[in-house]
Design a protein around this ligand. Structure first.
Ligand SMILES: [Ca+2]
Ligand SMILES: [Ca+2]
Length: 214
């Protein structure tokens, strides 16, 4: 397994199409099951945001690969990791939208594949900072950050049959069994923005060992 200690890269939406999943293809020969985690950053309303910085600290583990993808507002993301001497790692991302954001939506998402359990360091939170088109600071709580285990629709930190049930119930009666925002992000395992039977099949395939990651 390739351990990435430091990543510093810039992606654009078009570059990602070619780069997508290239890094973990080599693992296809092995049957190692990976956990897929995702950091989603979104805004409830744009409020004139154009730039956002996001950082969090996690337990140092072997990250097999990372991928970053811009959302509804286009733009670019630069991200990096920094290992600290206290055996934790800081993940930082800097996002620049294609223009000033005045509507709700996803800014970007980062995915992490690992055989380990990836957790935020106890007592810490994801920090976000928002800036306008002139790079003037707007606020810390305008950009929301959600960190989820992909496939974990019911938010209990494991992916198992109960998540299939949660998605089935959500699809059958969303008013009664609606998923939380984090649950919805986690259930959208193919990252296309909607939760449907395609995602349900992928969760089932993962639980049955047909696929080893999302
Ligand atoms: Ca679960
Ligand atoms: Ca989906």
């Amino acid at each position: 397994m390739r351990k990435i200690k430091t990543i510093l890269s810039v992606f654009s939406a078009t570059m990602l199409c070619a780069a997508s999943f290239a890094g973990i293809t080599s693992n296809a020969a092995g049957n190692e099951k990976l956990n897929t985690y995702a950091l989603y950053c979104d805004v409830d309303s744009g409020k004139g945001v154009m730039w956002a910085d996001v950082t969090f600290r996690y337990n140092s583990i072997d990250i097999d690969d990372m991928e970053v993808k811009t959302g509804a507002f286009g733009g670019d993301v630069t991200h990096s990791t920094l290992e600290r001497t206290d055996n934790t790692t800081i993940y930082s991302a800097s996002f620049r939208a294609g223009g000033t954001i005045m509507a709700p939506g996803i800014l970007f998402s980062s995915k992490f594949w690992t055989t380990n359990t990836m957790t935020l360091v106890e007592g810490t939170k994801i920090k976000t900072s928002a800036f306008d088109a002139t790079r003037k600071f707007i606020g810390n709580n305008i950009v929301n950050a959600s960190f989820v285990l992909i496939g974990d629709a019911n938010n209990d930190k494991v992916v198992d049959m109960a998540d299939e049930t949660a998605v089935i119930q959500h699809l059958g009666n969303p008013d009664k069994y609606g998923l939380s925002k984090e649950g919805y992000y986690a259930a959208d395992v193919n990252f296309d923005g909607v939760v449907n039977n395609t995602d349900l099949k992928l969760i089932r395939d993962y639980n049955n060992g047909v696929i080893n990651w999302f």
